[in-house]
Write a protein that binds this ligand. Structure first.
Ligand code: ZN
Length: 327
């Protein structure tokens, strides 16, 4: 990755230990697609380099823009990569240890080590959510791809690394698809909002097919499902006011993109479908605590998620308070 150091660059980010793995994932994707990355690079329709924005500033989503000689280049922000790793690790620990395991075994008592594991994961989630206000370096002592205090942290860390790598390749595939499908002129000229939305949907679908085009069964799909769902849900953390994400901007309304992904994952085993529906409900509840009333009871996780989407649809219709700007 080509980096772009500036005065206040992020120093020594722990996610850079995974840089090689991210690039490998990306370069080896879409061997099944119509156009491989190598073909795109050879044709000059995409740069083989990814520009890494190292600025110590709030995370921004990736993009693809034409550089010198008109060759499109994908750019991605390091603070965004950090936010996504922390999101994946944090939610994985919190969801598995404080939601899934107690559900499977209600009498289980958390030992001190697991309590600490969950506390640290909450710490990491708080930090990742705080980045949208102002960038601060990775908190010392909290888990990262380079540092685990316990075996348990390491076990989750290795799982999170795999999902993180896949999440980043999904993001890169989305940008790659924009270049491959000839979207760049419309996107750069901010022409036709309706056309732009169609292109975003098209890029989501193409990226998904690159990523999960092979017929995997539900169990094999788990890291991929975690990856695409984490990409979608963590996008709420890019907005200072997450309500702005509920409105179609450049991209379709974010909760609609989440719903679309859940539909496309098409998990046939109800266990796995419930697992991800309930995860989505919990994350949305954490993002919109007042609007999603955590204490409500539901029939099943499908109802719980549908209820969340309906409430977010209604929330999107409410006028925004003054002084709120989009992220
Ligand atoms: Zn896009």
């Amino acid at each position: 990755m080509a980096s772009n150091p500036s005065v206040d660059a992020i120093v020594d980010s722990p996610v850079l230990t995974l840089e090689g793995n991210i690039l490998w994932q990306f370069e080896n994707l879409s061997e099944f697609g119509a156009q491989t990355l190598k073909m795109q690079v050879a044709q000059g329709t995409l740069s083989g380099e990814i520009a890494l924005d190292m600025s110590a500033s709030p995370p921004k989503g990736p993009g693809v823009t034409r550089k010198t000689a008109g060759i499109p280049e994908i750019h991605i922000a390091l603070s965004h990569l950090e936010m996504i790793w922390a999101f994946v690790y944090g939610w994985m620990v919190v969801y598995e240890e404080s939601v899934q395991k107690p559900q499977l075994c209600p009498k289980r008592v958390m030992n001190a080590e697991t309590e600490k594991l969950v506390d640290q994961a909450h710490g990491l989630l708080e930090w990742s959510a705080s980045l949208r206000e102002a960038y601060t370096p990775w908190p010392a002592g909290l888990p990262s791809p380079r540092h685990y205090s316990t075996k348990q942290e390491e076990w989750y860390g290795l799982k999170a690394n795999l999902v993180f790598q896949k999440a980043i390749s999904y993001l890169l595939c989305h940008e790659r698809a924009h270049a491959a499908l000839g979207h760049l002129d419309v996107i750069q000229n901010a022409a036709g909002a309706g056309l732009r939305l169609d292109m975003e949907k098209e890029a989501d679908v193409a990226a998904y097919d690159d990523f999960l085009g092979q017929s995997l069964d539900d169990r094999e799909k788990l890291p991929e499902a975690w990856a695409v769902i984490s990409v979608m849900l963590s996008t709420f953390y890019l907005y200072r006011d997450p309500r702005n994400a509920l409105l179609p901007g450049g991209h379709p309304a974010l909760h609609h993109r989440v719903a679309h992904m859940i539909g496309r994952l098409a998990l046939t085993d109800p266990r796995y479908n419930d697992y991800f529906s309930f995860l989505c409900r919990l994350v949305l509840q954490a993002v919109f605590p007042e609007d999603l009333e955590p204490k409500r009871q539901f029939y099943d996780s499908g109802d719980a998620l549908t209820d969340a989407f309906d409430r977010l649809d209604r929330l999107a219709l409410e006028p925004m308070p003054h002084g709120q700007s989009s992220g």
